[in-house]
Design a protein around this ligand. Structure first.
Ligand SMILES: O=C(O)CCC(=O)C(=O)O
Length: 303
């Protein structure tokens, strides 16, 4: 019998291998991980850090120890802007508008698998809205990111707006199980509505990013027994940034609505192949420090 290496091997699908093959499968999964890590996570020896404020230094220390940080009030007005300008159009609160508005929306990415799970809106938007620049290019968050990786981070895809109204009719949405994503992808999650524990929200296993983990899903009981669980809840405008190499999940709560924006970064791997924004004729873009300009290198149109 030939053995086919399954790169999606994870703690929960490991038992499908016979006891004899389990060590082999695990060794291969770890070897694969290790190779990817060595390629994408070697620090930049010449420029391993960028300057950062005292506040960013504190955030970085928490990010390194817990794998997640939160910022409460700094971006509250931006959440109002996204709700009034973007969601209002897609929700029909501004009539005769929506995805036809090419200034605001790039693509409708709400494919059936999301829709079946209760996602009413999923839209990719541009980085060019000057009102959103203070969040996208925040000097503290971008410095935390660079100094965490100790090398240049890159945006992995365009910001995603989501409105999820889980009705309870699709019990096992993939990301409803505890899982880890692409190596040390870092995600910013920005709340566009208030969330409590009773609403659909994300949960993060604190400090679970510290161990090298095979991407895939993890058993709820194991995770809850071994980690403190952090609930990503709060007021509209709260920003979370987490290392998706740590264990997390969406906790879907029937009959509730969550609106949010997410942005993903990696050190250059797993980039989604879409380029919309042109870097030229972008007012003030050249005034950002180089490590902030370079964030867009892999998702924008050059020249
Ligand atoms: O939507 C959520 O709360 C979970 C997000 C998630 O699983 C992910 O970003 O990988």
């Amino acid at each position: 019998m030939s053995f086919v290496f399954d790169t999606r091997i994870s703690p929960t699908n490991l038992p499908k291998y016979s006891p004899l093959l389990q060590p082999v499968a695990l060794a291969k999964a770890y070897a694969h991980l290790f190779l990817r890590l060595s390629r994408h996570y070697i620090p930049n020896l010449i420029a391993p850090t960028v300057p950062m404020s005292a506040n960013a230094r504190r955030l970085l220390a928490t990010f390194k120890s817990d794998g997640i940080i939160r910022i409460d009030n700094k971006f509250a007005e931006l959440a109002g802007h996204i709700d009034d300008c973007y969601f209002a159009r897609l929700e029909g609160r501004i009539p005769n508008d929506g995805f036809d508005n090419r200034e605001l929306f790039l693509i409708d990415s709400n494919v059936p698998k999301y829709r079946e799970g209760g996602t009413e809106i999923r839209a990719n938007i541009s980085f060019k809205d000057p009102k959103l620049a203070p969040l996208f290019f925040d000097s503290d968050l971008t410095a935390v990111l660079y100094n965490f990786y100790r090398r240049q981070p890159f945006l992995r895809n365009y910001p995603v707006l989501q409105k999820i109204a889980y009705k309870g009719d699709k019990a096992s949405l993939e990301n409803g199980r505890f899982h880890v994503d692409h190596l040390h992808q870092v995600t910013i999650m920005f709340l566009i509505c208030d969330l409590t524990e009773r609403d659909t929200h994300m949960q993060y296993a604190i400090a679970s990013h510290k161990k090298l983990r095979i991407p895939g899903s993890y058993g709820t009981e194991d995770v809850e027994a071994n980690f403190r669980i952090y609930d990503l809840i709060g007021k509209k405008g709260t920003v979370f940034m987490f290392d998706a190499g740590g264990i997390h999940r969406a906790k879907y709560m029937q009959g509730t609505v969550r609106k949010m924006m997410t942005i993903n970064f990696t050190t250059g791997h797993d980039i989604v192949d879409m380029r919309y924004d042109k870097l030229e004729n972008w007012p003030h873009f050249n005034e950002f420090p180089t490590h902030i300009q370079r964030l867009l290198e892999k998702v924008s149109i050059h020249n």
